[in-house]
Structures are given as structure tokens and as C-alpha cells.
Design a protein around this ligand. Structure first.
Ligand code: ZN
Length: 253
């Protein structure tokens, strides 16, 4: 009998043969994961990889020289190399020349200043203050739209992520109106949307609506440890949302 992993590898193989290029656009060398291990995983799964480095206030890479050094330390490997722009301060921390070394740039909307001016990181429970869920959601969507509209990046990642406190209300809080505000910002900025395997977002409802309006997708894991996995949620969404190779963002475009 096939194991679940064998089933997934076969699924990836059949998608690659059907015209998809299965790429994990959002992997990190974290949790002790080495480049050799990543390349071996790539060989055994058929997933191509992109290594992203976190850049911004409080991260390892905080200036041009560190950014450029990272690129040069990775450029000889058969992987794409991306810059993950963190927080909002990154816009003033790196020069266009250093950024241009990378294959692409992506960001998320998990870090911003709330209505009281507090720097908020949505994945850290004690930095999140929600008095009224709907007021919070409208403000959050405003932040997402501002980021997508103003920041020169290729992919919007960790999309629609909700803080733990309200996560179980995802389907109620992500109303069609709120989804459409994000989708319209994406199409206007020609920015791709990540389907994140690590956190299983966005929902199929969001993906179907985005597809209907011409948004292009990428698959990503955002591994926080040495486990890269198999992009399982993305593979499920290709089926469930009837995604075609042309629905995916092409790194060469
Ligand atoms: Zn990441």
C-alpha cells in the first residue's frame, strides 16, 4: 500500500506532467534545515524551491550589505532566492539595487500599527487587541489594501491570516465585501496571492473568488522549522478550486 507521502509525490509528479510547475515559493532555511537537505527533499518530491530571507526591523538582515551578502551566499544553488520584506519599515531600509538582486520580493500584512499606534504582529497573541471584531477586521483590511497598493512586491503571502482569538470565525469575518477589497487591490497592483500550506489559508471560498477575478496564485509553506512538507493544502486547492497552470504566477513573467 502507498503511504500518504508517496501519494503526494505521485500527485506532484502528475501535476508537473500536466503543465504545472510545482514550486514552493516560500521556504526558509530554518530549524537547522540545511541547503543539502532542502535539495534532497526537492529531488525526492519533485517540488522546486525558493529560499526566502526575512528582511526588516528586528530580523537578521537589516541593511544593504547583509542583504547583498545573503544573496551572494545562495546564488550558486539551484534554487530561486527571494526577499521576504518584513514589517513596514523595510521600505526605507534597503536600496533598489540590492533588492533587484533577488528573483522576487514578497510580504505579508501581519505587522502594522493599530489604531492606538501600537506595533502589532498578528501571530503574537499579546500584541493583538480586539475590542470589536468587525472594527478590527475593517481596520485590518485597510492595512492589507494599503500594503498591496503601496509596496513594490510580487506576492502577497500569509494572506487572510487571523489572530488566534478570532481564527475560528474566519468564514464569518471574511465577508465577500472584505474579500473583494483585497482581491481588487491585488488585481490593480498585479500582485500574486500565496496559497499557504503551513496555515492552510486562504479559504477555498476566497481562492475561488480571487480566481474568478483573475488573480494569479503561488504555493508556499513558510516553514518555521526543518519540515518542508509537500505543499499539501495547495495540492488540495488545485483540485477543489479547479486551478489551471495559467492561474499560477510565473516567476519568469
Ligand atoms: Zn516567511
Amino acid at each position: 500500500m502507498r503511504t500518504h507521502e508517496e501519494y503526494l509525490v505521485q500527485k506532484i509528479d502528475s501535476l508537473n506532467k500536466a503543465g504545472f510547475t510545482i514550486i514552493d515559493h516560500h521556504a526558509h532555511l530554518k530549524g537547522g534545515l540545511t541547503m543539502d537537505e532542502l535539495l534532497a527533499h526537492s529531488d525526492s518530491t519533485g517540488i522546486r524551491y525558493c529560499i526566502a530571507v526575512n528582511c526588516g526591523l528586528g530580523f537578521n538582515v537589516q541593511n544593504d550589505s547583509a542583504l547583498s551578502a545573503y544573496y551572494h551566499s545562495m546564488k550558486h544553488y539551484p534554487v530561486y532566492i527571494a526577499m521576504q520584506a518584513e514589517g513596514r519599515e523595510w521600505l526605507d531600509m534597503f536600496s533598489p539595487d540590492s533588492i533587484a538582486l533577488f528573483d522576487y520580493v514578497f510580504t505579508d500584512a501581519l505587522t502594522w500599527f493599530d489604531q492606538e499606534g501600537r506595533r502589532t504582529r498578528l501571530w503574537i497573541d499579546n500584541e493583538v487587541f480586539i475590542d470589536d471584531e468587525n472594527v478590527f477586521m475593517d481596520y485590518y483590511v485597510d492595512q492589507i489594501v494599503t500594503i498591496i497598493t503601496n509596496e513594490p512586491v510580487d506576492i502577497f503571502v500569509n494572506p487572510t491570516f487571523l489572530p488566534r482569538e478570532i481564527r475560528e470565525k474566519y468564514d464569518d469575518l471574511w465577508t465577500e465585501e472584505r474579500m473583494m477589497r483585497v482581491i481588487q487591490a491585488l488585481t490593480k497592483s498585479e500582485m500574486a496571492l500565496e496559497i499557504n500550506a503551513g496555515t492552510r489559508i486562504p479559504s477555498p471560498r476566497f481562492i475561488k473568488l480571487a480566481k474568478k477575478h483573475g488573480v494569479r496564485f503561488t504555493l508556499g509553506t513558510n516553514n518555521g522549522n526543518a519540515e518542508l512538507g509537500y505543499l499539501e493544502y495547495g495540492l488540495e486547492m488545485i483540485n477543489e478550486c479547479n486551478l489551471k497552470p495559467t492561474d499560477f504566477w510565473n516567476i519568469e513573467d
